[in-house]
Design a protein around this ligand. Structure first.
Ligand SMILES: [Ca+2]
Ligand SMILES: [Ca+2]
Length: 352
């Protein structure tokens, strides 16, 4: 019954969330009505077919002037013992990924990575879309990828963080979330979490969900990498849908070892420049951000703390259910209803 309800919600959520290029983005297939298993996979059409467009495709060129932004929800986080270095605890702006070494501290027992001040070219340039198309067509074949899939990642805008922040090294796990019953596996990421539940959990830790900009900066860094580990898709560096996955329709030969979710941190070589793991793949991650076309403006209402707002929120990073190079890229955005919760949706928290 619960599974049926989840699938119904999924159908409604994604039907309203996406404007696919040629057919419904996600259509639940026939599935058992019995109670869900924690390892059971959702019956969905393969996400590799997903396509989406910005509701109002942006047409303005990217501005050159960096726009300082500050997160709109800033809990006052005491950081006892953190009195200096590295680089004055992140306040010295970093201009290259290689100039930063991951710095991790525990907050209430949860490891968080420091993300230093610096600038992000948020979104995808025409050249980056060209490159994404080439990588996509290598996997799916010529003519099987569409530029419109990347449209709402444009225009690119330079955003500068003048203050550092912290982001969870790992996706929030079952044991951290306090899961029981059907959510077994302490170190598996907690999935089937809707946006409000993710917000509530982060709040209980004195933290919050990352904004889209923060998530993308933690994944790509000042270098603007396409994936957390670099610019080329490498199937061995993340948990995606490959040979061991039921929906491996593209015939990816790699087996990452996990047909569904993997224990968090299973792919340390896939860590981002700040040391955050599984940003690409494993579970899709909620951000605080309401979906709006670029250019990104933190102050235009998209980062309101509106727990009752039904506007679509943005998921980032793709999941174990995704094949290929479209949604697993660090610039990829996916808007869904805040009520959306399925076997692919999890989250991580951030804080100041
Ligand atoms: Ca996998
Ligand atoms: Ca993830």
């Amino acid at each position: 019954m619960r599974r049926t309800l989840i699938l119904l919600l999924l159908a409604v959520a994604l039907a309203s969330a996406c404007a696919p290029a040629s057919k419904p983005a996600v259509t639940p297939q026939a599935g058992p009505a019995s109670s869900p298993s924690p390892t059971a996979a959702p019956r969905l059409t393969p996400p590799a077919t997903l396509a989406f467009r910005a509701t109002s495709p942006p047409t303005q060129p990217p501005p050159d002037t960096p726009v300082p932004i500050r997160p709109t929800v800033v809990p006052t986080a005491a950081m006892p013992g953190l009195v200096g270095t590295p680089r004055s605890l992140g306040f010295e702006p970093v201009t290259r990924n290689d100039d930063w070494a991951p710095f991790v501290e525990k907050f209430d027992g949860v490891e968080m990575a420091l993300v230093p001040a610096g600038c992000l070219k948020m979104g995808s340039t025409d050249e980056q879309v060209d490159d994404a198309m080439r990588q996509c067509e290598r996997l799916r074949g010529a003519g099987n990828c569409e530029r419109s899939w990347y449209q709402h990642e444009q225009p690119v805008e330079t955003l500068c963080f003048d203050e550092p922040f912290w982001i969870d090294v790992y996706e929030v796990t079952n044991v951290q979330y306090g899961s029981s019953g059907e959510w077994s596996g302490d170190e598996l990421p907690r999935e089937q979490v809707n946006w409000a539940a993710a917000v509530a959990h982060c709040k209980s830790r004195g933290a919050r969900l990352p904004t889209e900009a923060e998530w993308e900066y933690a994944a790509r860094g000042p270098d603007g990498l396409a994936f957390p580990w670099g610019d080329r898709f490498k199937a061995s560096l993340l948990n995606a849908c490959d040979r061991s996955c039921e929906w491996n329709l593209l015939g990816t030969g790699v087996d990452d070892g996990y047909p569904n979710t993997a224990p968090v941190g299973s792919y340390p070589e896939g860590a981002s420049w700040v040391g955050a793991m599984d940003l690409s793949g494993n579970v899709w991650e909620w951000t605080n951000s309401i979906y709006r076309p670029y250019p990104y403006r933190a102050t235009d209402g998209r980062e309101v703390d509106g727990s009752t707002d039904s506007s679509r929120r943005v998921l980032r990073g793709g999941s174990w259910y995704h094949t290929g190079t479209v949604l697993l890229r660090s610039a990829a955005r996916y808007p869904v209803s805040p009520d959306y919760a399925d076997y692919v949706t999890g989250f991580r928290c951030a804080r100041q």
